[in-house]
Ligand binder design. Structure first.
Ligand code: ACO
Length: 431
């Protein structure tokens, strides 16, 4: 059968060129337009990259029309129910689920990289006591780069794997210290007798004078949140990590760049913004007024936790999180008025033509903040929690890119719409 191609015809010059169409395992086929400039002397323009693929990837697949999310082929629903965050991290990085021996080795390796250099602790005290934790996280993760600079060969697959273990191992430690510092509590070293999530909770919440009691319900809930945030294809922060990495930058610095992008409320910052919004709504009777504001084009307000660039159907992670939120609040016997408001708001929006026509559904972060709140994680720490989880995806994507035979620096083009060439006029002669 003849290979599928797309022909682009320039109706002004009359020139045309044929471009190959590539099919992946799933998803829309892509037109490979690398030779476009050579053939027709043109670039493409796609602000926001709505239809532009930036790489080949075998890590995560999502189908926004049907609400499907697969990591290395495994549906998110199955991973959420049966796996752990640490196993999902292994899957993202290695491409396959581990056997028991591999899982033990992985778990051990992550633990062995859980410490940070003692001098790094001083960075925390350089921040104001009320600095936003995402600002601190950007700084301290960037600072880790300085401890692994010249000694790391980013072209050696084994060293890339060690880097991945370091990032996944150190993130709970780095994140927990932000909370400890801001709460005026001493830093807690990792305890390698504990599992990954337990260990994080002990570093966050243990009291220096008391033994730390783990709540298994809380551990499972947090593990679930980490699984659901571990990777999500070529989103803004992941693309940032890849772009920074394409310049052969230090991978810890690349992760710091991803953290900066995640911070924005259009992306990971939405989890914190949702809680602010629910608190502002306050009582159910105020919900309709907020929905009206979200629809008003003269008002910049948007329903936080609603809408997604790719999902034009319910975000499958939101379905899982919504049920988990219900269960957690029941199991912990918590009365969470914000949860009631969230459910009513969701229902009202889903029945509203504005949201129906634009296919705006709750995304993963509509409910995640409510779970973090139930776990006593303060609002400003929500996005760092997201970063902790997403580090696994970021570093898996970085590793994939560094090993890609097509690897080269990312360098988008532009449509220049500025001034035409003109001559400089000395200041004294300008009117
Ligand atoms: N509330 C009200 N209207 C919305 C919302 C919303 N949350 N989201 C999109 N719209 C409207 C837009 O105003 C636009 O309307 P128009 O066609 O009449 O102009 C239409 O829906 C399409 O919106 P775009 O901004 O073009 O969609 P885009 O794909 O660029 O943005 C985004 C996606 C940023 C997620 C957006 O939906 C949004 O701002 N949501 C709220 C923030 C949020 O929850 N972010 C988290 C995303 S998930 C994550 O990163 C974990």
């Amino acid at each position: 059968m003849r290979k599928r191609t797309v022909t682009i015809i320039d109706n002004q010059s009359g020139k045309s060129a044929e471009f190959p169409v590539r099919r992946g395992s799933y998803g829309a086929p892509v037109i490979e337009i690398g030779d476009l400039y050579k053939e027709l002397g043109m670039f493409t323009l796609d602000p926001g990259y709505g239809v532009t693929g930036s790489c080949r990837s075998a890590i995560t697949y999502l189908d926004g029309e049907h609400g499907v999310l697969l990591h290395r082929g495994y549906p998110i629903e199955q991973l959420a129910e049966k796996s752990t965050f640490l196993e999902v991290a292994y899957l993202l990085i290695h491409g396959e689920l581990p056997n028991q021996a591999e899982m033990l080795t992985w778990d051990h390796a992550i633990k062995m990289h859980g410490m940070t250099h003692e001098h790094l602790n001083r960075f925390y005290s350089g921040y104001r006591y009320d600095a936003h934790p995402m600002s601190v996280l950007t700084g301290v993760v960037g600072a880790v780069a300085s401890f692994y600079h010249d000694e790391m060969d980013i072209y050696d697959p084994q060293e890339r794997l060690i880097t991945a273990r370091r990032i996944i191992g150190k993130m709970p430690n780095l994140v927990s210290k932000i909370y400890r510092y801001q709460s005026g509590l001493p830093f807690v070293y990792p305890d390698n007798s504990r599992d990954y999530v337990e260990n994080f909770m002990s570093m966050m919440f243990s009291w220096p004078t008391e033994p730390f009691e783990i709540n298994p319900v809380a551990v499972r809930a947090l593990d679930l949140l980490l699984i659901l945030h571990a990777d999500h294809e070529q989103n803004a922060s992941t693309s940032t990590v890849r772009l920074a990495g394409s310049a052969e930058s230090n991978p810890f610095a690349c992760v710091a760049a991803g953290i900066v992008t995640l911070w924005g409320k259009s992306h990971g910052g939405a989890n914190e913004a949702v809680i602010h919004m629910l608190e502002e709504i306050g009582v159910p009777k105020n919900i309709p007024a907020f929905v009206e504001r979200a629809k008003d084009k003269n008002d910049p307000f948007r329903l936080m936790g609603f809408g997604h660039r790719v999902y034009k159907n319910y975000d499958p992670r939101a379905t899982i999180i919504r049920a988990a939120c219900h269960n957690l609040l029941d199991e912990m016997n918590l009365n969470q008025p914000l949860f009631e408001i969230a459910m009513e708001l969701e229902q009202l929006a889903l029945e509203d033509d504005y949201f129906i026509e634009r296919k705006l559904y709750p995304n993963v972060d509509f409910y995640s903040g409510l779970i973090y709140q139930a776990l006593n994680i303060p609002k400003q720490m929500f996005t760092p929690m997201f970063a902790l989880a997403r580090s696994a995806g970021w570093i898996a994507q970085w590793m994939e890119m560094m090993g890609d035979e097509d690897f080269r620096i990312g360098r988008p083009r532009q449509l220049y719409v500025g001034a035409e060439k003109r001559d400089y006029v000395p200041l004294a002669e300008r009117g």
